[in-house]
Design a protein around this ligand. Structure first.
Ligand SMILES: [Zn+2]
Length: 193
């Protein structure tokens, strides 16, 4: 099955703590180059990088024969590469067509009004509490459980042109990211445009 090129997406890696960002993103990229996850920078001053020569070992692709294009082509087709977002002073929220309503951490019911809530949150992401419409529990929506369909963070490493659930970061990659950032765990989600 060939996915439509119109529906591009990305795999997003970010610290589990949405308020945490690496102290030195340049150092993080350098370490990711050393393990072969990241490759050459895509143009001077760019925040984008080619994938490295160990990329296919650090990310597991579902399906029998993934046709991953990892270099720009003459025909301008989408290709798999890395893009840094941040560090932002405060967390940003990423969502897509695939985003589903998050669950309240107390009653586990879905919060269908999430779009309005996240709009309000973006005005004051440092110190915002949303009240659950079901049980009244107040929580910062930066910590909602989106089940890998959205997320918040001050620093995000995006693997471009990956479809939701098409590729899963290996334990080794997540461990490396954790190690690089002072043993703070990372997680991941998918955005489909
Ligand atoms: Zn609730």
């Amino acid at each position: 099955m060939i996915p439509s090129p119109l529906h591009t997406g990305r795999l997003v890696l970010t610290p589990e703590d949405p308020y945490l960002a690496p102290e030195d993103p340049g150092d993080l990229i350098q370490q990711l180059r050393e393990i072969g996850f990241a490759g050459e920078r895509l143009g001077q001053g760019s925040t984008s990088y080619m994938v490295g020569d160990q990329f296919m070992k650090l990310v597991t692709f579902m399906g029998c024969s993934p046709a991953i294009q990892s270099a720009p082509s003459d025909s301008d087709e989408p290709f798999c590469h890395l893009v840094q977002s941040g560090p932002h002073p405060l967390p940003i929220f990423l969502s897509g067509r695939n985003t589903t309503a998050p669950r309240c951490e107390a009653c586990r019911k879905r919060v269908p009004q999430w779009q309005g809530i996240m709009g309000d949150w973006a005005q004051d992401p440092a110190d915002f509490a949303a009240t659950c419409p079901h049980c009244g529990h107040a929580q910062n929506p930066a910590n909602y459980d989106w089940r890998q369909s959205a997320g918040c963070g001050r620093y995000m490493l995006c693997v471009e042109n990956i479809f939701p659930q098409e590729a899963v970061p290996s334990t080794r990659l997540l461990n490396e990211l954790q190690w690089i950032t002072g043993n703070r765990p990372w997680h991941y989600f998918y955005i489909q445009e």
